[in-house]
Design a protein around this ligand. Structure first.
Ligand code: AMP
Ligand code: MG
Length: 699
């Protein structure tokens, strides 16, 4: 059997405590085809039950099969039913509870009922835990006060599922007993209402459209923690992730997990093979870490050409960010985490491309008069009758073409009164109409994984019926400046100090790329202090950009720390500006050690870090978009290195900053982009075409 819709319910045994989402209230979430809706908070069981019932009604009406997971035990340890009602038959136990549990949003009788049940057993117990002030006869407050009740502490399922709580505990952190007592009556009512359309796992064969299954979201706790979006309640994320994971589980895996013995105790879906679920949940949750040697490049006596350095990054880096599913409107600037196919065609139905009159074409040459039918077709307001042959109908742009119509004449070409239109033919059949699916066809792949989502993409996705999409989490980029000479901008400083110019610049660059920027501050030229800073940074970032201390000198501590970690690759790239780049992995986090010089730091970040970070963030590798423009300068350069000149465009020609000195920070502000001169020897004369990379294509 297969399912279209996966509903997960995080049930609750407590009382309604207000409209604000609470950790222990009820959360539900629906997923289809690997993507989940936004989780829904229900402030009490009554609301939740009504909502679940409506959902099941709607799904059945739509002909969809539903896997409905509930996170509480469907049964009690063997022998409980025998003692209570003379049979362990699970549905008889459900009905028994349904008759006796009284449940209002702010009060219920669960503790009293548990006490009454205990009274039927010898000794003390099995239920324990009392959330009320008043004492309840036969209900001990402590588990250890129980004895001689004769029940197993756990079902077989809880013995397998490590960390699962016994059904007897009614109160206290992690207790699930109250949820069971308050949940079984609801399940009993669903069974009665949906009758043969509903089956319960593992007690019955799942040969009906609705399957009710006991689930335990903690089975995928690791994946829940790894994929938790910021600001989301844990229980909400838990149901969302479980629903999503189950909805994309391969059918044979789903069948394997559903294949459990029909013991009257019930079972926990997936508990006997948790790895199957965990692996499915972790797929994509945390990408495999980068290899420690991913930056290592064969270094000969020669300097590495820029193209080779870029090629190395392109081939050795991969995404380091997890995934999350977001509302379409929240995804601009994110990277798609999977291919997207159109949910429906666009346009969904043939429609009018202009305001005018529709009829069955073609219209022959010469003057034509047609009677008008009553009514009209407008966008969102279809005309539902047939338009007879030889007659016309008023139709507006975007209106679905009514049956009997295939051609539209522009209103400007028509003379009309209330009853007739007159115009001059000929007019081709199909004129001024748009065909269904002429833009996109349902099922067609419209965007590929790795796409950097731009506003036009969101329009296309919306038009294709897509409301939520799976994207990469935002890359967290740490920015650290190093050097004893550095001081914070705006602070008083003697002339031996210089203001930290790189940090504000690199923060702005990384923010411009659309990443989460984490300011790691400044570090001294002190190995141990820097080590501590990197250790802390690695905990909160996905990639670190440092500046300064990246060469091989005495005070170049970034390179020596990376060297000690065994991951240093000191790249000597044949380009100007730029000194060695120190690349490495610090506790799993890639580090780009940029030169200290602001001009070099800027150029190296734009040329190397930009495409590299895009790949780390889950995007495609992209080349910056440049233009050929005439030079407004003359320059000769030698062979063997690539040069980047601070440049700006004046009257369509590229000017360059008068000084190439890489300490001249003012040139960074003066420029609007870079002129890129390739590795060959060349003499650029005024008017020669040079390649200009605007900052707007680099940041
Ligand atoms: P380094 O790469 O550490 O040898 O630094 C090269 C040059 O860049 C030195 O003149 C530094 O003072 C300067 N420098 C390093 N970091 C910064 C910074 N954050 N802001 C401005 N200048 C810097
Ligand atoms: Mg330094």
């Amino acid at each position: 059997m297969s399912f279209d819709t996966f509903l997960m319910v995080d049930w609750s045994g407590g009382n309604d405590r207000g409209p604000k989402p609470k950790k222990d209230a009820i959360w539900t979430c629906v997923a289809r085809g690997g993507s989940s809706d936004e989780p829904i908070y229900h402030r009490n069981r009554q609301n939740a039950e009504a909502w679940i019932t409506t959902l099941l009604d709607d799904e059945l009406a739509a002909g969809r099969r539903v896997f409905a997971g509930f996170d509480f035990a469907f049964g009690y340890p063997n022998g409980f039913g025998e003692r209570l009602i003379g049979t362990d038959e699970p549905f008889a136990i459900w009905d028994w509870f349904a008759e006796r549990v009284e449940d209002k949003p702010t009060a219920n009788n669960r503790f009293d009922l548990a006490g009454e049940i205990n009274g039927l057993f010898s000794g003390v117990g099995p239920f324990w835990g009392n959330g009320l002030q008043r004492d309840i006869p036969d209900l001990p407050r402590k588990g250890r006060d129980r004895h001689g009740h004769g029940m197993n502490e756990k079902r077989a399922a809880e013995n397998i599922a490590k960390g699962a709580f016994p059904v007897w505990q009614l109160a206290g952190a992690g207790a699930v007993g109250s949820q069971v007592i308050m949940g079984l009556p609801m399940l009993a009512r669903l069974r009665r209402r949906f009758d043969t359309a509903l089956r319960v796992w593992p007690f019955e064969p799942l040969d009906s459209p609705v399957a009710i299954v006991e689930v335990w979201p903690s089975l995928i706790a690791k994946a829940v923690a790894a994929t938790m979006p910021e600001g989301r309640v844990k229980d909400a994320h838990q149901v969302a992730l479980l629903a999503e994971v189950l909805s994309r589980l391969p059918l044979d895996t789903l069948h394997t997990l559903l294949n459990a013995p029909a013991t009257p105790e019930g079972s926990i879906f997936g508990a006997d093979q948790p790895d199957l679920l965990i692996n499915a949940a972790m797929t994509g949750a945390t990408p495999p870490p980068l290899r420690n040697d991913c930056f290592a490049m064969p270094q000969g006596a020669h300097w590495t050409p820029v193209a080779d350095a870029l090629d190395h990054l392109r081939r050795n880096l991969s995404a380091v960010t997890g995934m999350e599913t977001l509302d379409l409107s929240d995804t601009a600037g994110r990277f798609l985490a999977e291919d997207v196919t159109a949910e429906r065609s666009h346009p969904p139905a043939a429609n009018a491309a202009v305001d005018g009159y529709g009829f069955a074409g073609p219209a022959p040459a010469g003057a034509q008069t047609m009677p008008l039918v009553q009514g009209r077709a407008a966008a969102g307001q279809p005309y539902n009758d047939m338009v007879p042959k030889g007659q016309a109908i008023r139709i507006l742009t975007g209106a679905s073409i009514p049956s009997g119509v295939d051609t539209v004449i522009l209103q400007e070409d028509v003379t009309a009164d209330d009853r007739h239109i007159t115009f001059h033919g000929p007019l081709k059949q199909g004129a001024n109409t748009r065909n269904a699916g002429e833009d996109m066809v349902a099922g067609q792949t419209i965007l590929s994984s790795g796409r950097h989502l731009q506003p036009g993409d969101l329009a296309m996705l919306a038009a294709a019926g897509i409301g939520r999409i799976k994207v990469r989490k935002r890359l967290r980029v740490g920015i650290l400046s190093t050097g004893d000479e550095l001081i914070e901008a705006g602070k008083p400083a003697d002339v031996s100090k210089i203001y930290d110019a790189n940090r504000p610049m690199l923060r702005a660059v990384a923010a411009g790329w659309g990443y989460d920027v984490i300011d790691l501050g400044r570090g001294p030229d002190d190995r141990e202090a820097l080590r501590a800073q990197l250790d802390e940074a690695a905990q909160q970032t996905d990639v670190i950009l440092t500046s300064g201390g990246a060469s091989a000198g005495d005070e170049d501590h970034i390179s020596s720390l990376l060297e000690n970690s065994g991951s240093l690759a000191l790249w000597r790239v044949a380009m100007k500006p730029g000194r060695p780049l120190a690349l490495g992995i610090w506790q799993g986090v890639p580090v780009f050690g940029l030169p200290g010089n602001p001009v070099a730091a800027m150029v190296c970040s734009l040329i190397f870090a930009r495409p590299a970070l895009q790949v780390l963030a889950g995007g495609d590798w992209t080349e910056p978009q440049g233009f050929e423009v005439p030079a407004e300068f003359a320059k000769s350069k030698k062979e063997g290195r690539r040069e980047y000149l601070r440049a700006r465009i004046v009257d369509g020609r590229a000017e360059i900053f008068p000084s190439e000195g890489s300490g001249r920070v003012s040139g960074l502000s003066w420029a609007t982009g870079l002129v890129e001169l390739d590795d060959s020897a060349q003499k650029v004369a005024r008017g020669d075409l040079v390649r200009y990379l605007p900052f707007s294509s680099l940041i």
